[in-house]
Write a protein that binds this ligand. Structure first.
Ligand code: GDP
Ligand code: MG
Length: 760
């Protein structure tokens, strides 16, 4: 089977074309050794089947990003039958820059002139024939979105001869330099000598590693720095010989994109507009009062009736409660409630059937409390996470995110990050996993490391229940405060921690230049619904896999450890232990382990200073390392088991409140507990992703960084909240640290020197 590789700039429509070509045959893997997606599939629409490989989106073939190196090595080493170079016809000049480099390789190339529907819509024309003549390779006009021209593209691709000699547009200006460098590679019998020769002239890192390459470069370029000259020559050639194939319609008026940009990237309004957009997204996903009518009615002193007060009962009440309870819910909350109601009844049916069938107590416990509650708790968040993801995909595919990154670049630069770091951080509010993967757009390793480390501080969807449940607990148990304010305050705390952490890292261990942010803004597009659905499906698959693997295993283990004693007795409140006592959860393996690690959390307020049952905080903090959903799941399960029968309560919240009050925990310590969970080591899956994405050897330091940050933040909250004057101690510490860092950066004080001397 012939193999064709798709190559092109980011956003040129590669994914859309790949999906149109391969349909259901596609599968995603990884490029060897890196975590960049490798998509492969088969095109079956022609006379013979051909294999299609989707190369990562790139602007050039220099070795500056992993994507560039992957694409380059694939073409040079794997030798595909041909390259399908996708060129965005609405952005011809920028896209052809990559084309001029691809043409220098000894490989057949065909150009897919994409987005022709867009070009025609605005009345422009691109002459594919003229381009074909100028470039010397086939050029086919297509629209990946409308699936037009694709058959013809693939017919011409399959008809290409299997070999081609590389050609360059630089011949007129740099003929002699290229000839000398080329002779060096030809003497070694390397394939694609022209491509290698030009890269050598650019002082390309990869080429310079070859034996004798430095000498050859000296001979060819006589010490001159050719990289900028070559880039300049390429652009000159493109604008005078190739871009002329495009004829712009006679337009006085601004294009639609320009008009939209006037508003959305406005010097002053861009950021406020963006904040409103973000707020709207979060509001649509999480709000329990979509149109504020609940709040307005409350303010007017005439609260709307709750479902209970309406006097409905049975199915009608249940159905209404999905949409409304004294206020209309947002779509996200409605979806959450609907799924929750469905899984809740399913759980009742299954447990009921088991009980009626005479199943043993341990078996019902295992299935009901151990397996199903855990999995359903996790799946319950799927609708909100998907909705958030859908909104962000729309913002990204439409081209809006690129503009926001550009606008925010100015502000981010002060903290030592470029505007590109912004997208992954915002995605962190949904889930750290895709956010961490998204940092691949950051070319600089140090900037990327710093970004990956602070992503968990952008409180993810799974941490949301910790926030709302404990904030609610504080209000109910102590009768103070406002749950919304506490929750919102915690989000802000996470963002502030991230900013301070980035500032610290970029001034100490991860010092470095923030790479310039060069990016041409793609025209606005209406996102294709097919692509969006594929994104969402990927996400759902991933989530379900997580629920049935990690969460499944961990809930079973937690249940087991909290249900048996060290001498293997099942605890069900009736069994009698060795000393004639009735066994309770205090006797379980989990309780004794919890008591053992409890002192670790004493500085944070939820350790040894707590009374009976105080160990549940330690246990919840630890189980949260597996999945953040476990924190509340553990809490609820334990509260249900511990407090069961206590003063005849049966409501989950009441039980938790009784448990909280009984531990003797204080408000500052509870807030410190939330803060700890928000800033500490993220869940298992996020850790695995971070490990895969971080440069070698950085992961262990990252874990240490998370532990240190959560301890610092939580103990500050606990101590200052309990004894206000400790604020001055923390301020003094901050002042000393800041001074040391400034002195060190001025070169007056070298902390590392102390260690270096010791080593000698
Ligand atoms: P990639 O980054 O190269 O994979 O680009 P995508 O396939 O994700 O496409 C980027 C955006 O361009 C999406 O919003 C697509 O819907 C849109 N797009 C892709 N091909 C076409 C096309 O032929 N015409 C139009 N109008 N839009 C397109
Ligand atoms: Mg893509």
């Amino acid at each position: 089977m012939k193999t064709f590789a798709l190559a092109g700039n980011p956003n040129c429509g590669k994914t859309t074309l790949f999906n149109a070509l391969t349909g259901s045959t596609a599968h995603v893997g990884n490029w060897p050794g890196v975590t960049v997606d490798k998509k492969e599939g088969v095109y079956k629409g022609g006379k013979e089947h051909v294999a299609i490989v989707d190369l990562p989106g790139i602007y050039s073939l220099s070795p500056y990003t992993p994507e560039e190196v992957i694409s380059r090595n694939y073409i040079l080493d794997e030798k595909p039958y041909g390259i399908i170079n996708i060129v965005d016809a609405t952005n011809l000049e920028r896209n052809l820059y990559l084309t001029t480099q691809l043409l220098e390789m000894d490989v057949p190339v065909i150009i897919a002139l994409n987005m022709m529907d867009e070009v025609e819509k605005v009345g422009d024309k691109v002459d594919a024939k003229a381009l074909e003549e100028a470039l010397g390779v086939p050029v086919v006009a297509i629209s990946a979105l409308k699936s037009s021209g694709i058959k013809q593209l693939m017919e011409r691709a399959a008809a290409m001869p299997g070999t081609r000699k590389g050609a360059t547009v630089l011949d007129s200006a740099l003929k002699s330099e290229i000839a000398v460098a080329r002779a060096y590679y030809e003497a070694d019998g390397v394939s694609s000598p022209l491509f290698h020769a030009i890269k050598l002239l650019e002082s390309d890192e990869i080429e310079l590693e070859r034996k004798g390459a430095k000498a050859a470069l000296e001979k060819a370029a006589k010490g001159a720095d050719m990289e900028a000259v070559i880039a300049d020559e390429r652009y000159k050639y493109i604008s005078s010989n190739l871009a002329t194939a495009k004829v712009k319609a006679n337009r006085e008026a601004l294009t639609k994109s320009d008009k939209i940009d006037r508003v959305l990237t406005h010097r002053i309004w861009a950021i406020p507009i963006f904040v409103v957009v973000l707020f709207a997204i979060f509001h649509l996903t999480f709000s329990e009062d979509l149109f504020y009518i609940g709040a307005i009615a409350n303010a007017a002193g005439t609260p709307l009736p709750t479902v209970e007060e309406l006097g409905l009962s049975g199915g009608a009440a249940q159905t209404l409660a999905v949409f409304y309870d004294g206020a209309v819910f947002s779509p996200g909350v409605i979806l959450f409630n609907a799924l929750d109601a469905a899984t809740g009844s399913l759980l009742d049916v299954i447990v009921g059937a088991m009980e009626n069938g005479g199943a043993a107590a341990w078996a019902t416990g295992l299935v009901g409390d151990g397996i199903l509650s855990g999995i359903f708790a996790v799946l319950g968040f799927l609708p909100q996470i998907l909705l958030l993801f859908l909104f962000f995909s729309i913002l990204e595919d439409s081209g809006y995110m690129a503009r926001i990154a550009f606008v925010l670049d100015r502000i981010f630069r002060r903290f030592g990050l470029s505007g590109r770091a912004f997208m992954p951080m915002i995605m962190g509010f949904g889930c750290s996993l895709p956010a961490t993967v998204n940092t691949r757009t950051l070319a600089d390793d140090k900037e990327r490391t710093a970004t990956i480390r602070v992503i968990p501080f952008f409180s993810c969807g799974a941490k949301l229940p910790i926030l709302t449940a404990i904030a609610g607990g504080i209000v109910t148990a102590f009768g103070v405060g406002n749950a919304d304010v506490i929750t919102f305050g915690m989000y802000v705390l996470g963002v502030c921690t991230a900013i301070i952490a980035v500032l610290l890292m970029r001034n100490t261990t991860l010092k470095g230049e923030t790479p310039p942010f060069i990016m041409e803004l793609p025209a606005y597009h209406l996102p294709g619904s097919k692509n969006l659905m594929l994104h969402l499906w990927d996400k759902t698959k991933h989530f379900i896999k997580k629920a049935f693997t990690i969460i499944f295993a961990s809930t079973v283990i937690i249940w087991l450890l909290s249900s048996i004693t060290w001498d293997w007795k099942f605890i069900d409140g009736e069994k009698v232990g060795r000393f004639g006592e009735v066994l309770t959860m205090e006797d379980s393996i989990l309780a004794s382990v919890g008591k053992l690690i409890q002192p670790l959390f004493t500085p944070l307020g939820f350790g040894s200073q707590l009374g009976s049952w105080g160990w549940v905080f330690a246990v919840a903090a630890i189980t949260g390392l597996i999945a953040k959903e476990n924190v509340i799941a553990t809490f609820a399960t334990l509260a249900a088991c511990i407090v069961a029968g206590f003063e005849g309560t049966d409501e989950g919240i009441e039980e938790a409140v009784i448990m909280i009050q009984n531990t003797g925990i204080t408000i500052p310590a509870l807030i410190a507990f939330i803060a700890f969970n928000m800033t500490t080591i993220p869940c298992f899956a996020a850790c695995a992703t971070a490990k895969a994405e971080l440069p070698k050897g950085k992961f262990k330091w990252t874990v240490l960084f998370w532990v240190a940050t959560s301890y610092t933040v939580s103990s500050i909250i606990y101590t200052v909240g309990s004894w206000w004057w400790t604020l001055f101690i923390w301020l003094a510490v901050a002042a000393v640290v800041t001074t040391l860092i400034i002195l060190r950066n001025l070169g007056k004080f070298d902390i590392c020197a102390i260690f270096r001397r010791k080593r000698k």
